[in-house]
Design a protein around this ligand. Structure first.
Ligand SMILES: *Cc1c(COP(=O)(O)O)cnc(C)c1O
Length: 437
């Protein structure tokens, strides 16, 4: 399989698309075509990694990782991704639990897969690859966890001082020597600007081999399609019905993976996106005009995106708003509705949901009778509620038990340095930490 930028340009191999991240023309890599499957192709695939091998093999035909795909996937899926039936939904509704990875959010899947691929492609102990990542919370933790202690790989995490939760901060700062955690006196935008100028700086590039692990890398998208394939195949085999999915959506990476799985003919019914008060996507569907804007802060903070970059991929793969709105639903959920939904989930399901997952459960409750009963529904749970305990616990009136994976992280010692939002401070901190760099 070859890959091409959404803005045209020459075709490249998967290896090059993985290493480049973003295409030289500023576009996003997409496969030149999507393979299609029948349910029977997966007859011998009993587990998620086995389903993933069948689904991803066509993308790896001319990759140097072709023969290592099984190992890459075994590393990626070192934790389960179950669908739990919802008590009040009967067998007609379930929760896809994407939060059993090391940092208890779905980004562990993409980050783990990318780390497994890049270590094999680019890991070099004599001149390590240095991954720069600016984060407002979840991404940096997942990337740090995925690259922690990998030979030939380093990570520099930059996050805004005082703007992430205590548990998020811990997840960004509890790793081994190959991860440098820096809190920047500034906002997320300052962190992102700093990464951009470091990547472009001649002096730094003389000392380091840089890469970035941002969410638009095709290596984050491909493995996400596999859990939709696995969940839908299981449901279809058991019931003969194609499940619909309701997906909390910010930058559109997770939802796009589901849409790609459906394009590849997996047994997936309707797909509905749940956004928070950032309404760029719902307004695009209403007005047919794409108007990106600054993001607004909400309780579902990992979805605070005003200019979802994966929309460029979605338009390239499927089409413009007039086509998209016929094959996708979308609902915007405000903070008040998120709070009400967390309370209702707890009362009806008997367990808490995180503020992101609550956008999906609210959306599902809003469905009219016809939509709700004509389909079976799988709600996508993107993070564990214990990650957002300061929001969730006051609403449900009790403590959310800490899952083992989060408890393990929170028991690790944490360390971090502060820097000013300028290149000199960043270079000094890196020079001191990576003494041989
Ligand atoms: C990143 C994130 C989202 C949004 O996913 P996108 O792929 O950006 O749409 C939703 N929930 C949680 C918990 C996240 O970390």
């Amino acid at each position: 399989m070859r890959f091409v930028s959404t803005r045209g340009g020459p075709e490249v191999s998967l290896d090059k698309a993985l290493v480049n991240g973003i295409a030289p023309d500023g576009g996003l890599y997409v496969p030149v075509e999507l393979p299609t499957f029948s349910v029977d192709d997966f007859t011998a695939a009993a587990t998620l990694p086995e389903v993933a091998i069948v689904l991803l093999q066509p993308f790896f035909t001319d990759s140097s990782l072709r023969d290592e795909l099984a190992d890459v996937l075994a590393e990626t899926f070192s934790f389960p991704i179950p669908v739990t039936p919802l008590p009040n939904g009967g067998s007609r509704a379930g929760l896809l639990e994407l939060y059993h990875g090391p940092t208890a959010a779905f980004k562990d899947v993409g980050a783990g897969f990318l780390a497994a691929c890049l270590t094999r492609l680019e890991g070099d102990e004599s001149l390590p690859l240095t991954i720069l990542v600016a984060t407002s919370g979840d991404t940096g933790g997942a990337v740090a966890a995925a690259f922690n202690e990998r030979p030939g790989m380093r990570v520099v995490v930059l996050f805004p001082d005082g703007r992430v939760s205590a548990r998020q901060a811990h997840q960004l700062t509890c790793w081994s020597d190959n991860v440098l955690s820096l809190t920047v006196s500034g906002a997320f935008d300052d962190c992102q600007a700093l990464v951009k100028s470091a990547l472009a700086d001649d002096v730094l590039n003389g000392h380091y081999r840089f890469s970035s692990a941002n969410s638009i890398n095709i290596g984050r998208l491909l493995p996400q399609a596999t859990y939709y394939a696995d969940a839908s195949l299981r449901h279809f085999r058991e019931t003969g019905r194609k499940p619909g999915f309701v997906i909390p959506t910010g930058n559109l990476g997770n939802a796009l993976a589901c849409i790609m799985a459906r394009e590849m003919c997996l047994p997936i019914g309707p797909i509905v996106l749940a956004t928070n008060a950032n309404r760029t996507i719902p307004e695009y569907f209403e007005t047919l005009e794409w108007i990106p804007r600054a993001s607004v802060q909400t309780l579902a903070s990992a979805m605070d995106v005003g200019d979802p970059s994966n929309m460029e991929r979605l338009r390239n793969i499927i089409g413009e708003a007039d086509v998209l709105r016929d094959c996708l639903g979308v609902l915007s959920v405000d903070d008040e509705q998120i709070e009400a939904s967390i309370r209702k989930d707890f009362a009806e399901f008997g367990f808490a949901t995180c503020p992101h997952t609550a956008t999906a459960s609210h959306t599902w409750r809003q469905f009219d009778q016809q939509l709700r009963t004509a389909n079976d529904w799988i709600l996508v749970a993107t993070a564990h509620p214990a990650k957002f305990e300061t929001v969730v616990e006051p609403l449900i009136g009790e403590a959310v038990p800490l899952p083992d994976e989060l408890a393990a992280i929170l028991s690790r010692p944490s360390r971090c340095e502060s820097i000013e939002p300028d290149l000199r401070s960043l270079a000094a901190a890196m020079g001191a930490h990576f003494a041989d760099g």
